[in-house]
Write a protein that binds this ligand. Structure first.
Ligand code: MEV
Length: 326
């Protein structure tokens, strides 16, 4: 039996714009996905027959990346993330699957987080019609605070580069890590609208909008500028300014049509107790995030407004092998 865990992520700045080469800043969260794999006499997923076509991330890792030809596998998944909610559940699933499979086929190997992030990115791109930035998968694999951008911004540590052929042409990203000051009294509170929103559809929707109205590209560029200034404030621990930049980012996200009445409802419900609040991830439904010194109050406001809260500290660890229980 091999078992691995990979965390979900919260994008603080830059969702959607990052698909067009602008920077994004994301942090790993405490909740995530654990995958257990053991050899068996029949293929199964959660006790049901495994149908590869219904699970593109898993089958891409098994067949295209590992070219797995060993005995059938029994695969089990435990997730503490809402799925299709902008928390990187498919990236965490891909990474946990890649790490667990690596452990199963080569238990002596040490987990290489960069290879894992590349694997996860390939699985995401495959499932999202060729359009996926490495943001979710890199943040889930590496953990902490991750910047994905055209080139490594000042004050960050370059980790690796990623390239992808998308339907709109070739894209290159540089993935870096940022050390953020110890943040004791500020939390992230995620609020799930309860509405699932497939990332691939949202990304395709933005692509259509930009084709029909090329002037909207200025919103994408503005998100890039806000992301750089948010990153500077985050690096110096100036959380009031980080919150302000999150609010500005939300204004631009509205203009590219990825917010929704349900997201706006949760954002305004938390406003008076937040340093800043915005949608996080692909939008359309999914989650908003509040940056706050009063997580309990914000979680209550989200619940009262009909959402489901999830409180997290900043930037927990990345993907890891889970030791077998005795
Ligand atoms: C999804 O969490 C983030 C998007 O920017 C898509 C991507 O980066 O692949 C919307």
């Amino acid at each position: 039996m091999a078992r691995a865990f990979a965390p979900g992520k919260c994008i603080l700045f830059g969702e959607h714009a990052v698909v067009y080469g602008q920077p994004a800043v994301a942090v790993s969260i405490e909740a995530g996905v654990e995958v257990s794999i053991s050899e068996s006499n029949r293929w199964s997923l959660e006790g049901m027959p495994f149908e590869a076509s219904k699970h593109p991330h898993i089958s891409h890792i098994l067949n295209d990346i590992f070219q797995y030809s060993g005995p059938p596998l029994e695969i089990d998944i435990k997730s503490s993330l809402y799925s299709a909610a902008g928390l990187g559940s498919s990236a965490a699933l891909s990474n946990a699957m890649g790490a667990a499979l690596q452990e199963l086929v080569d238990p002596e190997s040490t987990l290489d987080l960069i290879s894992l992030a590349r694997m996860g990115h390939s699985a995401e791109a495959n499932a999202q019609k060729g359009r996926a930035s490495p943001t979710d998968t890199a943040t889930s694999a590496l953990g902490g605070c991750v910047v994905v951008s055209g080139s490594s911004p000042a004050g960050t540590k370059h980790i690796f580069d990623a390239t992808l052929e998308t339907p709109e042409g070739s894209r290159n990203w540089s993935i870096s890590k940022v050390e953020i000051p110890e943040i004791e009294d500020v939390w992230l509170v995620l609020g799930f609208t309860g509405i699932g929103s497939p990332t691939g559809d949202m990304v395709a929707g933005v692509s259509e909008l930009l084709k029909s109205d090329p002037l909207k590209m200025k919103e994408i560029e503005a998100i890039g500028e806000i992301t750089y200034s948010g990153l500077r404030e985050l690096s110096s621990g100036n959380m009031e300014e980080v919150g302000r930049a999150m609010n500005e980012c939300q204004e631009r996200l509205r203009k590219i049509g990825v917010s929704s009445p349900e997201l706006e409802n949760l954002i305004s419900a938390t406003e008076s107790h937040s340093l800043g609040a915005k949608l996080t991830g692909a939008g359309g439904g999914g989650c908003m995030v509040s940056l706050t010194r009063n997580p309990q109050r914000v979680a209550e406001c989200i619940e009262i407004a009909g959402g489901r809260p999830l409180v997290s500290k900043f930037g927990s660890g990345g993907a890891r092998i889970v030791a077998e229980e005795n």
